[in-house]
Ligand binder design. Sequence first.
Ligand SMILES: [Zn+2]
Length: 440
Amino acid sequence: MKSLLITNGHLVTLDESNRFVENGSIFVEGKHIVEVGQIPPGKYKAERTIDAGGSLVMPGLINAHHHLYSTFARGFTPPGPPATNFEEILRNLWWKLDKALDSEDVYYSALLAIMNAARAGCTTIIDHHASPSCVDGSLDQIERAFRDVGLSGCLSYEVSDRNQPGEGIEENERYIRKCHESDDDQMTALFGLHALLTLGTRTLERCAEVGHALDAGFHVHAAEDEIDVTTTMERYGRGVMDRFLDFGIAGKKTIFVHGVHFESRELDLLRSTDSILVNNPESNMNNGLGVAPILNMLKHGVLVGVGTDGMSSHMISQARAMYLHQRTYLRDPNVAFVEACEILLANNRDICNRLFRESRGMLAAGQLADIIIPEYVPFTPLTADSFYGHLLFGLSYTRMRTTIARGEVIVDDGHLPHLDENEIRAKCAERAPRIWDRIS
Ligand SMILES: [Zn+2]
């Protein structure tokens, strides 16, 4: 079995006792961590030893909501007058871009974004995908990209009445079954839905029927913009959470994304159904949608996670954006700092541990060996009390020297040695103008 020893690290274990170990070591065998702490030299014979050089070493990060297909939007300006509201943003950009992707575009957009995630220390991504011109097998293309890079992924296809919803339902069903039948826990799946805004009664009924028969959780945008709330009320006389509950869409494996416009009563419904809420602060800022009441959600006992919603693949900067967003909104310099760090490190871990069989998110024996070594040798004391300050002020834009996922070294000295990065970039550069032409 493959083995790996990391030495000379400043370990931030995030384990049950939140241990910080100076000059610590980690021994990895196969895809799991065997021992963490001050390991006597010579105790283990490893195939490879990595000297962390006194740098901080911590568990790999988790992105709780991404759209890998957004990769080719970078730098693109939709033709015509600028969007003036959320629906126009969807119509002018995202609903054109996703339609323009062919099956290889899906693969390359995922590949490039997953490589960027690995470089930013992210080792697990929960993705939400749409490619209406090539639905069947699209999740396999994304899985191929995850396997080529080596990270773990949770995939779902976005069902919506704006396209042929039956195709999306079949893709979710097919892929969820595939994950159920696989012994390998690298990939898992949720049943993907766009949002109530684009989902009529018949489609929701069918999705709920198929999703429940598969015992799958759902992954859906909810109350992102006010239009989702007002449209649901006008069409059905129901609040957003009431409408989901009418179809039994909720529960401990179900992710509601955004919730910017959830009322206090709906937060109680999230809690009573033990559902997950994922906040995406940079995306909410970018779309001018408002500020999700994160602190209130936490007070209601909701499991709140954080994702990037396709804005980037960098999770520490997202946690930083979250606390700054909340402070600006509440005009209070004493809030959200601890909460943003806990949401990133503990809550995203708890979300993954509901969706995957293998435990991750701690440096501890038996955990999946997802480990990152940023280029960061602290020059001020690093302790349990100061760590969050290091995280948000020191690490938010630091590149990873080493990223280990599932026991494999994915990023080595800042590069991804098992992939031809130049060739992948060249292929993407070839495809991008053709995609842009199709949506211009
Ligand atoms: Zn999203």
